[in-house]
Design a binder for this molecule. Sequence first.
Ligand code: URA
Length: 210
Amino acid sequence: MSDHLTVVDHPLVQHKLSLMRDRDTPTAVFRQLLREISQFLAYEVTRNLEMTTKKVMTPLEEMDAPVLAGRKLALVSILRAGNGLLDGMLELIPSARVGFVGLYRDEETLQPVQYYFKVPEDLSERMVIAVDPMLATGNSSAAAIDLLKGAGATNIRFLCLLAAPEGITRMKEAHPDVPIVTAAVDSHLNDNGYIVPGLGDAGDRMFGTK
Ligand code: URA
């Protein structure tokens, strides 16, 4: 993947995303839609996985059949909303290792502060897919990528559901080597850092906390 930004504009993804945006969509449906979309996004973010071939005997003849080269993968969920993307992706890539990054925003400095970090030990050998549904200011996403690089990751992709132009710019400046895959790029951020028109607080909507 060479382009910095890929927007997955598949009709099924766009339809499901519109259902998620609707404020009247209940929590359970929201979560299910996120799970479904995560698999389309996973399909796109893994598009360039290395392949090899393996001899397979079909009922008719032997062939060199394409199979994954077995390059190791790690999925890293940026807590807490990242978990909504993680489950569906793991169904598609069950052998992937999983990591978690927890960050909160310090109310005085407004900078992201790490409160949890647990990732596979051999991150430098893996393709790392960091997942967080909302790329808003990009501050916490960029900080999470800093932490992953600090842990040895050199091949990182960032997968989100919705992105704001501000977040894309921030990520491109901080991590030009990290391609972004998203379902949509919205208009802008409001004064509270919410994506507009967006879908509200993804964590609250998927866990029913508000
Ligand atoms: N995080 C969210 O959950 N929603 C936004 O709109 C921005 C950040």
